[in-house]
Design a protein around this ligand. Sequence first.
Ligand code: PMV
Length: 334
Amino acid sequence: MTTHHAPEAEERRAATGRAHGKIIVTGEHAVVYGAPALALPVPALSCRATVICRDRHRPGPIRLHRDGRRPDEPAHPSGTDAPDELLRLVGAFARRAGIAEPPGLDVFLDSTVPPARGLGSSAATARATVHALDGLFATGLSDREVFELIQVAEHAAHGRASGIDALATGATGPLLLVDGRTHSPAVGADCRIVVADSGTGCATRKAVGMLRDAFTRAPGRRTEFLDRSTELTRSALGALREGRLTELGLRLTDCHALLAGLGLTTDRTDALVETALAAGALGAKMSGGGLGGCVIALAATPEAAETVAGRLAREEGVRTWTVPVARGAGDERS
Ligand code: PMV
């Protein structure tokens, strides 16, 4: 395969790509089996990857620099060998770009997305890197191609990934994934979602494997879970569309109970859900892969969100962020 780069692309030595964190509002785990899930971008958690090509014509190692320094700052450390998911991503990108052997690359990562919290850190890293590579080599990737490259890294990092993280880390508003297709759900009332990092890591790969084993042993449980999760997501979407925030909150708390029934919550995330509810949240749940990680809580007003966030932040090791959700028409009809 030959590569045709635009002349200016030949000159490029560096390019930067961006992405952000995400939360899952409803449907985590069920989405792995094709059930609907609702996610929200968290733009306050940003991820930037700058890729520098050492010599475009010379194959070389891929190095990762994670200390948040800019590549033009002097005396940056030499970086580490890229992890497997990054190597696979670069390999897949090179095949798409018609590059026989990837040149030596330095990937500088500057991310405020906490890793292993169910906030989409790995997908944001992959997305930012893909956009940087696309800019560097002027490949002109389509959205679908960007998604597929992120999924190469996600599958390597997490095993089977539904794609919701890959999509939500590039979304500009609420995102519904159903049957592999994305929609923008309608939002009938402004609200806030408080995100609380429990300070303990979530274990997505382990949690996905745990459910797979449980469902293999008892296939009826899988059907039951998927039916209930789908019902909760549908009902949450209706409440969101109509601006019925009290009802939306109740569905979030129902989701938490459903996931807790599968052993995906911990004493800590259960306690944070209780704390949020006691502080006036309309609903609260674990979010993401579980077995630790984050809790989200719904609040109708900025003041209510501040109260909930303030109360959660008093718990040791907890950090919070508040995501505004704005009214909007969306494109989804169901
Ligand atoms: O990356 P996490 O921990 O937010 O997990 C993503 C959600 C899961 O449904 C558990 C996995 C997936 O691929 O959809």
